[in-house]
Design a binder for this molecule. Sequence first.
Ligand code: WQD
Length: 336
Amino acid sequence: MKKILVTGGLGFIGSHTVVELQNAGFDVVIIDDLSNSSIEVLDNIVEITGKKPDFHQLDLRIKSDVKEFFNTTKIDGIIHFAAFKAVGESVQKPLEYYENNIGSLVYLLQEMRDRNFDNFIFSSSCTVYGQADELPITENAPVKTAESPYGNTKQVGEEIIKEACNAHNFNAIALRYFNPVGAHDSIKIGELPLGVPQNLIPFVTQTAAGIREELSIFGDDYPTEDGTAVRDYIHVVDLAKAHIAALQRLLDKKNKANFEFFNVGTGKGSSVLEVVKSFEKVADKKLNYKIVGRREGDITAAYADTTLASKELNWKTEKTLDEALESAWKWQQSQS
Ligand code: WQD
């Protein structure tokens, strides 16, 4: 049975990916520093799959600890989620973002080089495109100057991986996520935002749950159908399955270059108001919201061209926005 290391494996996307890895027959070992996740998620994973992943609480910024881990653990692949990911916070704390997101990446790649193991899946983001000139966004769209240190850590991260693959002949795939939302059908794992949610969906569900007074919709003067910004909201379980497809591609040596990247979205754009309406329908509940000014750094629209991912990964999304919002709402209700 192949053993896969999942860094950040107790986080939102990481935990859903651990479940799908176990469902696909992989042995999983998790590294997580618990800075943006909780240890209870480990038990929740076991409740879903009946299998307990090995778990190491470890700070990947500490090179000696990373080395020590690999002295005792042999693996067949890495899916690397562990990173700070709050766009706004990254503007206030750029050095912490580079130290954590880039430092830990370099230490992991050095171990891959020194111990001759292979198959690296990198959690990247559609933010590398900024506001793309053409929609839907294909993998040929130019990478633009990052709008935040967070976005830059994804761009620089991809460059580092590409150069390491060329120099040391290992194989990697970067998945450029659009907007992950929702929760596992079991409602035992989901998104656990720390403090006031920055992202739309957790703010919507917390407003509906009465935790937040009302949702502020950041701008209705965008050049879109209803004036609100458009994004590609992908169910987190569909996103998790894309990681299994990418990993299998490397394990089966079907990759066509030693570094590849794929856009991972539904291919459908939804405006903020469309999301609100969809939520009100699935939750059968009126949502309290007001329109305010645009948020600094937001783009008008982003949604994926899914052609390459569906062809090369033999993967496509199966769940709808309604299903994602319904699972997000059930998850929120389970938290109170
Ligand atoms: C979505 C839309 C907001 C909150 C970010 C990161 C990206 C990725 C996903 C990590 C926008 C609007 C939001 C609110 C609102 N993260 N909104 N009121 O900004 O598309 O992407 O999260 O990889 O890297 O940049 O996601 O959920 O913050 O915003 O009106 O209270 O909802 O303006 O149009 P975003 P988001």
